[in-house]
Design a protein around this ligand. Sequence first.
Ligand code: ASP
Length: 358
Amino acid sequence: MPEPVSNKERESAMRSHRPAVLLIYTGGTIGMVKNEETGALENFNFDRLIEEVPELRRFDYRISTYTFNPPIDSSDMSIDHWAKLVRIINFNYNFFDGFVILHGTDTMSYTASALSFMLENLGKPVILTGSQLPIGMLRTDGKENLITAIEIAAAKRQDGSPMVPEVCIYFKDKLLRGNRTTKIHADRFNAFRSFNYPPLATVGINIEYNESLIRRPDTDKSFKVHLLVDPNVTVLTLFPGITQSLVHSVLHIPGLRAVVLRTFGAGNAPQLAWFKQELKEAADRGILFVNITQCQAGSVQMGLYETSLPLIEAGVVSGYDSTPECAITKLMFLIGHNLPIEEVRMLMNSNLRGEITK
Ligand code: ASP
């Protein structure tokens, strides 16, 4: 495990009366520059990022940095990178007031969701941000996103406790609970939405925190990290005309342990006999199904329509109003712990990190 920042720096961050923030640069558009020969966007050195945002030096904070080497496009984000982020945060947890993760936007919601589960009873802000335009470009959205994310990571309440001790995404004027987010736009600055939970803060001239919506750690318990994540999950999106051979093949993927079923409307599925049979057989083989809706907003309500009854019979668990990103990473996290399937079902049904409305 590489040491993100020197012991000397960490200790002086801890002794300092100024807020200390650790900025972790994983890659993504925010830190990219155009290769003049090929015209393609490539990652550049993090030192250049500081050069591009001299405003960072004006903060009365101690800002330490850690850069992924090499930085990655977030399409290459993996469960190993998540574990690396968790290790970095854990290793530096007592030395900093908050953490900002610069991340490509494409898979930022997956990482934010995964980290929310892997960092249990989190007592400090972990704010992910990035940008749609590289930070070196004139019209970049990266500067505002970065500067405000740092301010949020350092923000305190009157009693001195962190304002937002949660894994969040800050993007274009909104602070959103990470495991509630979805990337909704490929080229607008307003790239993220949280359809089923209001913003934790909105940003204009002031940063207005919705304090009653922010989760706080249980003071009787300590911060705990989890590194085990099992990627043997898949997503099966239903559509009219879906064939048995497709469903059969998906449910026979070697090693498969859990399926996020993206159903219609309030959680409905075809009533075809073969469909019920495939599900039932897979469930008998120990595969766990979680039902989420293909709609962007709203919740699954199993049992509301007759068309969801076969799912109940096959033991499918409701994913409530979970995003796909959250349902997948929650399953990866839970099955990574090798718990008995009944416990995984019970925990899927529980609101662990503010990820579902129950
Ligand atoms: N492809 C980039 C990434 O996700 C896009 C971005 O950063 O916005 O890494």
